[in-house]
Design a protein around this ligand. Sequence first.
Ligand code: IPE
Ligand code: IPE
Ligand code: MG
Length: 238
Amino acid sequence: MDGQTLRHVAIIMDGNGRWAGLRGLPRLAGHRQGAAAVQRVVSHCREAGLRYLTLFAFSTENWGRPALEVQGLMELLVRFLAEQEPELRGSSIELAAIGDLDRLPARARRPLDRAVASTRGATGMRLTLALSYGGHDEIVRASRRLAGLVAEGKLRPHDIDGAAFARALDTADTPPVDLLIRTGGERRLSNFLLWQAAYAELRFTDRLWPDFAPDDLDDAVAWFHDRRRTFGLVEAVG
Ligand code: IPE
Ligand code: IPE
Ligand code: MG
């Protein structure tokens, strides 16, 4: 294991509502600015040569927000996909999505599936959107999948190890998270990538997501490279 190579950055993009509130604007105005920040950060990561970027865009718990906010977020997703699909293709970015995607409305699900299909195999960077995503929900769905295989006689309980479990998760072919960033000042995971972030370096910043700039990402990456990652051992690994 190479501890210092930064392969996978995951971001909890928090603070859109507060960004809007500070300006006397509706929460959706903050989400709109948040979508613009996504575009900037994705381009920057691609240019910097990052391999895997995962963004927490909508949680299983976020379904409980007021219907108008949920609707507005879905519209923003539809617009983001329409605007970004050609950009992603042009930049060799492979789009992926994790979460309970069946809960997404068809008008968002269809363009999402299309963008995932049209960028499949691109080798520049993988951008994964966590949508209707919850770490608990993902682990429960993975357990159900494995139990199904056992019931069909395709898998023996004994063969369920960490690697088999990881393969049953939505992130099956994605390496573990190296650096997890949360904007917006809260210091919690809010049910994000509970399995995959087991040994992630955690970077919390007060910057609200719509204000998060490429420089902030560079700062986080520099901070990451100063960490000693020991993975439970005595010496730094990598
Ligand atoms: C994060 O910003 C975006 C989503 C959860 C969709 P918030 O909407 O949680 O913004 P705050 O935390 O209320 O400021
Ligand atoms: C986490 O932020 C979810 C996303 C960023 C999509 P929340 O604002 O929903 O989480 P809490 O309420 O602060 O835990
Ligand atoms: Mg929040």
